[in-house]
Design a protein around this ligand. Structure first.
Ligand SMILES: *Cc1c(COP(=O)(O)O)cnc(C)c1O
Length: 430
C-alpha cells in the first residue's frame, strides 16, 4: 500500500479482500479460535507460527485496522489498544519501568502528564519535563544515564504547541534512546512523525481517526528503524531472553521492524489486557475511510474561524498555528504544510465571565469534554476541567480564565461563524 498516496491508504489500507470475500472488514466477534491438535496451538504459543488463539493477544479485525494505521504512518508494525491512555502507557512501559527515566515535553495532554508524573512515578519511573521550545542544550541537559525514551506530541492538546520533531529526535538518538510521538491531533494525513525521525508513534484513535465520537481506542506504530541491539544494555526487555515467554529474545527473533510490537503484544497485552474490541475496531475503520477528507475540512473550517476570530473586536487573542502571527507558525509550515488540526483556542475580552456568557449563547457548538469529532464543540477549562484552580493558579498553568477551546467540526463554515458572532454579540463590552 505504501506506493499509494494517503487518501488511497485511508480508504483501502489494511484490507484487500480476495475473490468472493466480504467487501467490508469482517467483525470477528470471537474470543477464541479452534485448532485440530495441541501441536498446532503450541506453535502459536511459542510464537513459531502466525495465527489466532485468543483475542486478548490478537484478533483479525483489530489486526486489519492496525495494519491500515501502520500503512498511514509508514511504520513496520502496529497494535490497537483500548484507549489512547493505554497506547501511551504501553509505548513507554514497553521499554522503561522501575528505576528508569523518561524525558517528556511539558506541553502534552493532561491525561498523559498525569500518567507519567503520578501513576508511572508510583511504579518507580522518573520523568523530567522540558519546555518544548527549549534549546538543544537545555534538552540534552535533561538526560540521565537511566533515560530510556523521549516523549512529545506533534500538536499538543490543549496547548496547541507544535513539536520540533527533528530537534527532539536528534537529542533522543544522541543519547541512544527512541523518540515516541503522540500524533493524535495532527493525524498521519497532516504529519507523519516517523518521516521526521520519530521512532514510535501513538494515537488516541478516539479523536479524528474515529471522528464521530463513537468508540474509544488507541494505537501504537513502530517505525522499525531504532536499532535496539546497538543499545542492548539499555533495553534488556527487548534484547535479552524473556523468561515469561519461553526465553524468546524479541530483538533477535523479530528484528528491528517487529520486536517492539511483538513484545507489547506477547507480554504487555497478555499480562495487562487493555485490548480494543473488534466492534470498536470496525467503527474506527469506518472513520479511517474518510479521515483524509474530514481532516482537510476540519482544518479549512478552523483556519477560517481562527482568521475571523483574530479580526473580531471582542476577542482578546487567538492561538492557532495556521495564523501567520502565531508563535508556532514557522514550525507548522515545516511539519504541517497542509494544515494542522481543527482545534482553536482563544480568549474572549472580559475574562472568565465573558467566556461563560459567550458559550451559553452558542447554538451549534455544544459544551462537551471532547475534541476532534464531526460536531463542533467547546470547553471552558477554567470552569470545568480546571475549576478547582484559582485565577492565579490558572495563569501559572498556562490556562487563562478567558480561554475557550473550540473544536471545529464539519458543519458549514458560514453557519459556525454566524453562530460565533451572535454569541459574541451577547457579551457586553466592558
Ligand atoms: C485524548 C487524548 C489522549 C487519551 O486518549 P483516550 O482515547 O481518551 O484514552 C492521549 N493523547 C492525546 C493527544 C489526546 O488528545
Amino acid at each position: 500500500m505504501n506506493q499509494y498516496q494517503i487518501g488511497t491508504r485511508c480508504v483501502q489500507g489494511g484490507y484487500r479482500p480476495g475473490n468472493g470475500e466480504p467487501r467490508q472488514v469482517p467483525i470477528v466477534q470471537s474470543t477464541t479460535f479452534k485448532y485440530d491438535t495441541n501441536e498446532d496451538m503450541g506453535r502459536l504459543f511459542d510464537l513459531e507460527a502466525e495465527g489466532y488463539f485468543y483475542s486478548r493477544l490478537q484478533n483479525p479485525t483489530c489486526d486489519t485496522v492496525a495494519k491500515k494505521i501502520c500503512e498511514l504512518e509508514g511504520g513496520s508494525a502496529a497494535i490497537l489498544t483500548g484507549s489512547g491512555q493505554s497506547a501511551n502507557f504501553f509505548a513507554v512501559f514497553n521499554i522503561a519501568g522501575c528505576g528508569d527515566h523518561v524525558v517528556a515535553s511539558s506541553s502534552i495532554y493532561g491525561g498523559t502528564y498525569n500518567l507519567l508524573s503520578v501513576t508511572m512515578r508510583r511504579m518507580g519511573l522518573e520523568v523530567t519535563f522540558v519546555d518544548p521550545d527549549c534549546t538543544e542544550e537545555e534538552l540534552n541537559a535533561a538526560f540521565r544515564p537511566g533515560t530510556k525514551a523521549v516523549f512529545g506530541e506533534t500538536i499538543a492538546n490543549p496547548a496547541l504547541t507544535v513539536l520540533d520533531i527533528e530537534k527532539f529526535a536528534r537529542a533522543a538518538h544522541g543519547h541512544g534512546v527512541p523518540l515516541i510521538v503522540d500524533n493524535t491531533f495532527a493525524t498521519p494525513v497532516n504529519c507523519q512523525p516517523l518521516s521526521w525521525g520519530a521512532d514510535i508513534v501513538t494515537h488516541s484513535t478516539t479523536k479524528y481517526m474515529d471522528g464521530h465520537a463513537s468508540a474509544l481506542g488507541g494505537c501504537i506504530v513502530d517505525g522499525g528503524r531504532f536499532d535496539w541491539m546497538a543499545h542492548r544494555e539499555k533495553f534488556p526487555g527487548l534484547c535479552e531472553p524473556d523468561e515469561s515467554y519461553h526465553g524468546v529474545t524479541y530483538a533477535e527473533r523479530f528484528g528491528m521492524g517487529g520486536a517492539f510490537i511483538y513484545k507489547a503484544t506477547a507480554q504487555l497485552m497478555r499480562d495487562l489486557g487493555p485490548v480494543q474490541s473488534p466492534q470498536s475496531a470496525y467503527l474506527l475503520n469506518v472513520g479511517l475511510e474518510s479521515l483524509h477528507v474530514r481532516v482537510q475540512r476540519h482544518c479549512e473550517n478552523a483556519q477560517a474561524i481562527a482568521e475571523h476570530l483574530s479580526r473580531h473586536e471582542k476577542v482578546a487573542w487567538v492561538s492557532y498555528c495556521g495564523l501567520p502571527g502565531d508563535k508556532y507558525h514557522a514550525l507548522a509550515q515545516k511539519y504541517l504544510p497542509h494544515g494542522s488540526c481543527g482545534v482553536v483556542s482563544f480568549g474572549v475580552r472580559g475574562g472568565r465571565q465573558a467566556a461563560e456568557t459567550f458559550m451559553a449563547h452558542l447554538n451549534i457548538a455544544s459544551i462537551v469534554t471532547h475534541v476532534a469529532d464531526a460536531r463542533t464543540c467547546c470547553l471552558h477549562p477554567a470552569s470545568t476541567t480546571h475549576r478547582q484552580m484559582s485565577d492565579a493558579e490558572l495563569l501559572a498553568a498556562g490556562v487563562s480564565p478567558d480561554l475557550v477551546r473550540l473544536s471545529v467540526g464539519l458543519e458549514s463554515c458560514a453557519d459556525l461563524i454566524a453562530d460565533i458572532d451572535q454569541a459574541l454579540d451577547a457579551v457586553l463590552c466592558s
